[in-house]
Design a binder for this molecule. Structure first.
Ligand code: ZN
Length: 374
């Protein structure tokens, strides 16, 4: 027997043209908004035209969000939000932009961001409302209560979590993803698949999130390679955007597990993009976790139209090869002498969400198996 709770207060507007709902959504929040974007979005003609069409809604804009945003970047955004008197924040971009905007909205309405990031203060209240508009399909940040920030002074990349970080509204328009380059499509899509699978096999899995995860995984397996190979395939883009959104809803409560725990040092130490880091170990942890959840994972494989877990693991490896993602540690410049540090740094708290305990020796075996092509 089991019991569970599920709660998602985020209003979701999904579909081609959903971006046109911004005025109506903003009107309900009242006052003017503060826009947060990265330099790539700010300089793109597509986004420039959209932002110019929305200037009446906006009191100001920060257009210098960095990848893997720092607490310093968030502090600068929060100061600008306060100085403009904006009543809400609009985040238009990928995961880094949405995470930075959510944290800045929290800090602008509350305390310095370091207070939350160091764990001295809970992210429970006082944030300005956030309207999140993802421009990539993968992060899920538009529906999660987490913001991942780096603090160079402390040498830490870590999430802040709390209800104040949930966006008020997610406007998910697949149109934004049509121009995303293939490498980013592959990485972000595999991140979304990792969110779905880790929600499904994590120790805090529950039926509503399982249903969302199954559907998310099905959509991504069905369409990600098409979106990668032909970016203007609007049907494939729509399915991947929906898969990413559902995966975000799926892992918002159960959180992620070993794949994401390992992704943090792979990104920090070896500079792998987040989704590439997740994809690297995803099939290995599927196989590893099968011993703990043989029936549940076999059921998942069948729901995805595959015979069993080995076929699903093989399918994930094929996806990586088809999208030119790395499949071995050598592909990303990691060698045997790097493994002890990599193992030691992979024990992020999310590792405890894995359904099968992972010891340092187990992890060394998994990383060692990635030295060769499977
Ligand atoms: Zn992720």
């Amino acid at each position: 027997m089991f019991s569970f709770q599920y709660h998602s207060p985020v209003q979701i507007c999904f579909g081609y043209g959903a971006r046109d709902t911004l005025g109506e959504v903003a009107g309900r929040l009242g006052g003017k908004g503060f826009l947060v974007v990265d330099p790539g979005v700010a300089s793109s003609p597509l986004f420039k035209a959209y932002i110019e069409s929305q200037t009446a809604l906006l009191a100001g804009c920060f257009d210098k969000v960095e990848p893997n945003p720092s607490v310093g970047c968030v502090s600068r955004i929060a100061a600008q939000i306060r100085s403009t008197g904006a009543g809400f924040v609009v985040a238009l971009g990928g995961g880094s932009t949405i995470d930075a905007a959510k944290a800045a909205a929290l800090s602008a309405g509350g305390s310095p961001i370091e207070e939350y990031h160091s764990g001295r203060r809970p992210a429970g209240e006082n944030a300005l409302p956030v309207i999140a508009m993802p421009t990539t399909a993968g992060t899920g940040s538009e529906v999660t209560a987490v913001s991942v920030l780096t603090d160079p002074a402390r040498g830490v990349k870590a999430p802040i979590g709390g209800p104040a970080l949930l966006p008020r509204v997610a406007i998910v328009d697949p149109e934004w993803t049509v121009s995303v380059p293939p490498t980013v499509t592959a990485a972000t899509g595999m991140d979304a698949l990792s969110h779905a699978l880790e929600a499904y096999w994590g120790v805090h899995a529950q039926p509503i999130c399982d249903a969302l995860a199954e559907k998310a995984a099905w959509l991504i397996l069905d369409s990600l390679e098409q979106a990668y190979a032909n970016g203007s395939d609007r049907d494939a883009r729509e399915k991947v955007a929906l898969g990413s959104l559902l995966a975000g809803l799926a892992f918002a409560a159960p959180k992620t597990a070993a794949v994401h725990a390992c992704s943090f040092p792979l990104t920090q130490r070896f500079r792998l993009p987040h989704g590439v880091a997740c994809a690297l170990t995803l099939d290995r942890f599927l196989e590893y976790n099968t011993l703990a959840l043989p029936e549940k994972l076999a059921h998942l494989a069948r729901q995805l139209g595959l015979e069993g877990v080995p076929a699903l693991a093989a399918r994930i490896r094929t996806m990586k090869r088809n999208m030119s993602l790395p499949t071995t540690l050598a592909d990303v410049g990691i060698h045997e002498q790097n493994l002890p540090a990599l193992v030691a740094e992979s024990f992020h708290p999310n590792m405890r969400n894995n359904p099968r305990e992972v010891t340092p020796a187990d992890l060394m075996a998994i990383y060692s198996s990635l030295q060769e092509t499977h």
